[in-house]
Ligand binder design. Sequence first.
Ligand code: PLP
Length: 430
Amino acid sequence: MAIEQVDDEPESAAKTIPHWYSADNDDVPTLVDGDGVEVFDADGRAYLDFQSQLYCVNAGHSNQRIIDAIADQLARIPYVSSGKHNDTRNELVTRLLEVAPESMSQTLFSISGSEANEAAVMLAREYADAPKVLTRWRSYHGATYGTASLTGDTDTSSYIQSHAAMTGNAKFLPPIPAAFDAESPDELAEQAANHLEFVIRNEGPDSIAAILTEIVAGSSGGFTAPPGYFERVRELCDEYDILLIADEVITGFGRTGEWFGAQSEGVQPDLMTFAKGVTSSYVPLAGVMMNAAIADYVAEEGFDIGQTFAGHPVGCAAGLAAMDVYEDELLENARSVAPHLESRLTALEERFDVVSSVHGRGLLWGVEFTDPETGEPFVDPRVSDADNPVKSVLSAAGENGAIFGMGRPGIQLLVSPPLCVTETEIDEAV
Ligand code: PLP
């Protein structure tokens, strides 16, 4: 029997498979270096990283204060298990509680945003002694079995949604114009809150442990809620005895101009999850913050999901340093450049008929594209690349040295630079 000789390695074996929907995208650069807002590929080409990679390198690339803190921790004691005390971890708990919304009283660490959301949901279900969790359509909460089930964006996560396994949850409509027939933001807030109340009553308030929601939608398109909406959501949670969990995985750590998105909305959550920006993503770290009543429950009953890498001291050291950087320099900068980013992006609406709306807050924006001829969104690029301006813009941006994110495929471009971005860099990228 002849054995066929294979001379050449298949080309694909030389590269890792690009993540997300870019499997067909050979222009994804191999990044080897970074500095502030810029990243550099293997050929030395510079790109303005207006995606902060995955909306997470909030302090910018290669911040020396964070790198030094990581090195110091590694040199001292690299790992202490989550069941024991560690000085760096204890210090980070105190520091987080200093800047969190007033309702927050304790922190449990995790590893990733998905796992933090899983933990928050497990804790909420245990504490409330009820099974259901409500989340909204057009949301992203993670890629584990549970969080994939809670995610309400079938476009961006159809792969993971096919693994969705958690039952006993229900979805509600997000407070966005496309979901209601409202003539003003006030009317939109009222209609969306009334709809949520309908879902609560229909599901049975006693069966609902929590509502889990992003405060500003991240990868589903940078949507903000109309004024007054979250006030009503809080009132509904109080009236029906339901916990409010804020998913701050993207909106935490200065992304919306405040430490947390909940503060930019004036809402006090019962539980709050964070990840990404806590360490500027230099190393993985995530966590769940909780109000005093839930913290007391945990102190009495225990809540031990014991993950080996939860609250890793190196992550906690990075978190402390990143928080210093945010406090000393970057929160202020994010607030001061955000209006410039907003005005440069909203000007695109006037200038291009394919840009149908621009929405967001702070340094998290969605630029929405609609086919001007049909008034409908462009096609999903995984189905067809034809005439999809979002993908063309991403490609052209890449060729011209700028990286943006894609929200709903074929519909939104996401703009989310590191907090150290300057007005000149914003002008260049836009
Ligand atoms: N929640 C939100 C709002 C997110 O955007 C993400 C990730 O992008 C997650 C949760 C999941 O976080 P991770 O990817 O760290 O598991």
